[in-house]
Design a protein around this ligand. Structure first.
Ligand SMILES: Nc1ncnc2c1ncn2[C@@H]1O[C@H](COP(=O)(O)OP(=O)(O)O)[C@@H](O)[C@H]1O
Ligand SMILES: [Mg+2]
Length: 263
């Protein structure tokens, strides 16, 4: 097992972090990769999106971060073979203030991740980050090998990306030397909208190879799937959104091999 840990991150909300985490997680699982999703957003959308009800999230990431027990009690199997999750609920929103005095707070998730890595059960571990650059996100960056950034193809998309990349670089220099930007996903692409193509062209110009070739289209089935507690790949296997996420998952795995991200 390679135990490759990826933060899915962007400080903007609504850009496709959770959607990408759920559906890449599902696609990896279907490709035979043992995959764990860690829901690190107090909103718990990733947990909902793979079908774990709110009243079934007693053993949440919040408890794991607080009690620092054996992670196995917190991992839940999903309906999808090879796909597990550690859930989040609203309790997580209090975590940052609770550990404000703890000097080693940036390393809390990393220690948990080390224990998960030692168990050697997963190929891919995806962390769904909250929409901020707060402590939870810093903890995720410190605990990860690399970062995948979903970027919504809209007018202000590239604004904020520079700041995000600076933050990632700062963490790399100070707290986690191995951290790399693995790739940028263009999401919610509408081919009838000229602006989307302009944003794509600009992103490719500035960030070159970092931007994945596969683009995720705006697709209604993608937005319907979470209310059924299913990844779109299960909800509607043949829709444009599912096909795109499957293709992207293959591209990501190939790039991981090529650049040794998952060494
Ligand atoms: N490709 C897409 N096509 C249509 N709707 C999408 C797509 N990607 C995400 N959405 C919808 O947009 C909203 C925000 O996406 P989400 O993944 O929750 O963003 P984030 O986690 O970055 O806040 C959700 O309602 C989601 O269903
Ligand atoms: Mg989200």
């Amino acid at each position: 097992m390679i135990n490759h840990v990826v933060s899915v991150i962007n400080q903007k909300g609504g850009v496709g972090k959770t959607t990408s985490t759920i559906n890449l997680g599902c696609a990896f699982a279907q490709l035979g990769q043992k995959t764990l999703i860690i829901d690190l957003d107090p909103q718990g959308n990733a947990s909902t999106g793979v079908g774990v009800e709110n009243n079934d999230r007693e053993n949440s990431i919040y408890k794991l971060l607080t009690e620092r027990n054996n992670s196995q009690y917190y991992v839940k199997q999903t309906k999808i073979q090879n796909l597990d999750i550690i859930c989040a609920n609203v309790e997580l929103s209090g975590f940052e203030t609770e550990v404000a005095e703890d000097k080693n707070r940036a390393f809390i998730l990393k220690e948990i991740m080390n224990e998960i890595r030692e168990k050697n059960q997963y190929n891919q571990i995806l962390i769904d980050c909250p929409p901020s650059l707060s402590l939870l996100t810093v903890m995720s960056l410190v605990a990860s090998n690399s970062v995948i950034v979903p970027l919504q193809t809209e007018f202000f998309a590239l604004e904020g990306l520079t700041q995000l990349l600076k933050t990632i670089n700062r963490i790399k220099l100070s707290l986690n030397k191995i951290l790399e930007v693995e790739g940028i996903i263009l999401t919610m692409f509408d081919k009838r909208n000229k602006l989307c193509s302009q944003v794509e062209a600009e992103a490719r110009k500035f960030f070159g190879e970092q931007v994945y070739n596969t683009v995720i289209p705006r697709n209604i089935r993608i937005s319907e799937a979470p209310s059924h507690g299913l990844p779109v790949l299960v909800y509607d296997k043949y829709c444009a959104g599912s096909i795109a996420y499957e293709k992207l998952a293959v591209e990501i795995l190939e790039k991981q091999k090529k650049f040794n991200f998952a060494a």
